[in-house]
Design a binder for this molecule. Structure first.
Ligand SMILES: Cc1ncc(C[n+]2csc(CCOP(=O)(O)OP(=O)(O)O)c2C)c(N)n1
Ligand code: SF4
Length: 310
């Protein structure tokens, strides 16, 4: 049966109220912030954000915060462990009657891809194994953005980063393939995993509503178009973010108790349309077009969709 939205069917059903207020020091046009803003409309204010070091560290710079809820800062590798501590504290306080049940809070990890795919992976694995009741929101800008856009395990093949420039040895830029963190999480058998993109707000909102019905670890991988690291004009974030999905490079999907459903089937424009908008891929087009590298990216996308739609 095709995937169906049940809670959020029309755009006007998305709450108008803002829970991440404007005026942060994140870059103009940050796609990660837009994804968080939309997610928070469903999560509400009864939340503790446990934030691994990264761009989102800049959200809450004491004494200012854009959140009406709470925020805790951790090292890059330990946000899931921090989340365990917060969850345990809440549970103990509620069990002892020192906190009424109505004051319970959702525990939400905020982590960049550097934390999610690499540094926090072992503490994440432990948290999933223990069945920690938390949301993990990864804003995936495909690089270590906050420290100057270095290569991360989420950087896609062909992208240029400051530590993987295109060179005579590697004219196509990054030659590693992006780590499949969706499948790594799925192997841990959590109840809920999803990918989201802010240009598909109904899909995103529906997934957060659906995830709320599960107790245990819940992952959200949010496509986070990043003008600063991907090298395009901030005004183009909507177009870049949309093309990531429409070319098939960023599949929108969820896995409930391990069963994967694709929540949107794009008609699949050529990947070139997405790549050519971004400076991090410019070397694939100038001074000479690198047909083989572009074909490699296209073939990988084609193979993915062939595998999941037959
Ligand atoms: C163990 C460790 N190494 C390096 C750093 C320095 N550091 C702070 S933020 C950051 C980049 C984080 O990248 P990512 O998780 O992808 O988030 P983004 O910056 O893209 O938001 C780094 C390397 C750190 N805080 N801790
Ligand atoms: S570097 Fe990218 S991800 Fe980080 S705040 Fe700026 S736009 Fe957002």
């Amino acid at each position: 049966m095709p995937w169906q939205r049940e809670t959020f069917k029309k755009i006007k059903q998305i709450p108008r109220e803002e829970h991440v207020l404007p005026g942060t020091s994140l870059c103009a046009g940050c796609g990660g912030l837009e994804a968080l803003r939309l997610a928070a409309k469903v999560l509400g204010d009864d939340v503790v954000y446990v934030n691994a070091a990264g761009c989102f560290t800049m959200l809450a710079a004491y004494p200012f915060t854009p959140f009406k809820g709470s925020w805790l800062y951790t090292t890059m590798g330990s946000a899931p462990a921090g989340a365990q501590g917060v969850r345990d504290a809440l549970d103990v306080l509620i069990a002892k009657g020192r906190l009424p049940q109505r004051d319970d809070l959702k525990v939400v990890v905020l982590g960049g891809d550097g934390s999610t795919y690499d540094m926090a992976l072992s503490s994440t694995s432990g948290a999933i194994y223990r069945g920690l009741d938390f949301y993990y929101f990864c804003y995936d800008n495909e690089a270590y953005g906050n420290t100057g856009v270095q290569l991360s395990a989420a950087t896609p093949y062909g992208a240029r980063t400051t530590t993987s420039p295109c060179s005579l040895q590697h004219p196509a830029g990054t030659i590693q393939e992006k780590k499949d963190i969706f499948e790594i999480w799925r192997a841990h058998k959590p109840p809920y995993i999803a990918t989201v993109a802010p240009r598909y707000p109904l899909d995103l909102a529906e997934k957060f509503a659906r995830a709320a019905t599960f107790t245990g670890p819940k992952l959200f991988l949010a496509l986070s178009a990043c003008p600063t690291g991907w090298l395009y004009d901030p005004g183009e974030t909507p177009e870049v973010a949309k093309l990531a999905v429409e070319t098939g490079l960023w599949p929108l999907k969820e896995a409930i108790n391990g069963a994967v459903t694709h929540t949107y089937l794009p008609k699949r424009k050529p990947v070139e349309e997405y790549l050519k908008l971004q400076g991090r891929f410019r070397h694939l087009f100038e001074p000479t077009k690198q047909e083989e590298a572009i074909r490699h990216i296209q073939e990988r996308v084609d193979a993915y969709w062939q595998r999941v739609t037959v």
